[in-house]
Design a binder for this molecule. Structure first.
Ligand code: HEC
Length: 134
């Protein structure tokens, strides 16, 4: 009887040690980046975000519903610098050195406004649902 406990404990310890090392313990948590945008899926914020999107002229390049014109479409699952909240927050605020999108918005909009606009953009998504990481 004691032996079984001992073997059980040994297996558990090995599994934790090896799993932690090989990255399959807790891999789920790592695959999905921390959700940063407090407004994702919030209907009020999405409505406000839509107004801000037009106020700041995002539609001039990306079209009114993010379908793309001169700028990149915002509804698909192809992203120039990445799809996660942090990357798009930085891009919109002009903090990615390689970006060609105008880097002016960070100076005129608040961080909260940026998140609300991003919540609106998320609501337009028509790409592969399994690629959602926000
Ligand atoms: C002058 C045109 C222009 C305007 C105005 C503009 N963008 Fe962009 N946007 C771009 C371009 C070009 C890219 C492609 C990334 C790059 O090269 O910087 C882009 C990329 C993006 C992306 C990532 C899309 C992808 O597929 O990677 C998001 C999100 C975005 N813009 C949001 C906004 C928001 C929000 C506003 C308004 C505050 C805005 N853009 C205003 C030109 C514009």
């Amino acid at each position: 009887m004691q032996r079984i406990w001992f073997i059980g404990a040994l297996v558990l310890v090995l599994w934790l040690a090896l799993g932690g090392h090989l990255g399959f313990v807790g891999a789920q948590d790592q695959a999905k980046p921390k959700k940063l945008n407090p407004f994702t899926g919030n209907p009020e914020a999405i409505k406000e975000g839509r107004n801000l999107y037009f106020l700041y002229g995002c539609n001039g390049c990306h079209g009114g519903t993010g379908g793309g014109g001169m700028g990149r479409p915002l509804i698909d699952d192809e992203w120039t610098f990445g799809s996660d909240d942090e990357t798009l927050f930085k891009l919109i605020r002009g903090q990615i050195p390689e970006q060609t999108m105008p880097a002016v918005f960070g100076a005129v909009m608040t961080e909260e406004e940026t998140w609300k606009i991003l919540a609106y953009i998320r609501s337009l998504y028509k790409g592969d649902p399994s690629l959602v990481n926000w």
